[in-house]
Write a protein that binds this ligand. Sequence first.
Ligand SMILES: O=C(O)c1ccccc1NCC(=O)[C@H](O)[C@H](O)COP(=O)(O)O
Length: 202
Amino acid sequence: MSDTKIKICGLFRLCDAEYVNCAMPDYAGFVFYPQSRRNISLKLALELRKALHPAIATVGVFVNASYTEIVELCCQNIINVVQLHGSESNEFISGLRCILPENKIWKAYRIRSAKDLEVAKTSAADMVLLDNGHGSGKRFDWSLIMDFCRPFILAGGLTPENIPDAIKQFNPYALDISSGVESDGVKDKTKIYAAVAAARRG
Ligand SMILES: O=C(O)c1ccccc1NCC(=O)[C@H](O)[C@H](O)COP(=O)(O)O
């Protein structure tokens, strides 16, 4: 049994909540970024939150969004965790924490080199998410993070098949998966179940 948590990201249909409820991951992610094909409205996010099992925490994914947009979703209890996926600074994160002291803040970093990891190490966020891109379905070079010295969430190109290896190598706080639990561009119930089962087994 592993204690690594798992987030299924990018729910955008009501049936996705049903699929996720069968598998019971720790987190479910909603993307609020109009340029993404997984972008959802506040109204759909509210419906999805209501449809999800209450034990599943919800994560809002934002790219350089305003405080106003983020705060509205938190105050309506549609999301529990804020995931910043743009070029948000430590100052922006600290300001957000003052406004939302009850909500955890995660900051995603696109890992291309050791320099990116230096930036992630000094992040003001509660948790850093090491990723390859914006739900790209591709891995970054995992050899870069062998000596990374703070708890992190691993993302980018994860699949039910490579999850055991990811846990064995890095014992991350959590895994974040989106494309790897999709078939033909939509969430796949069987893959979601397999990913969560693989994370639980370790
Ligand atoms: O998923 C998106 O479309 C997206 C768009 C813009 C910013 C972030 C986005 N996703 C963030 C996530 O948390 C993904 O789960 C993460 O990047 C991993 O994605 P994948 O490689 O597809 O598993």
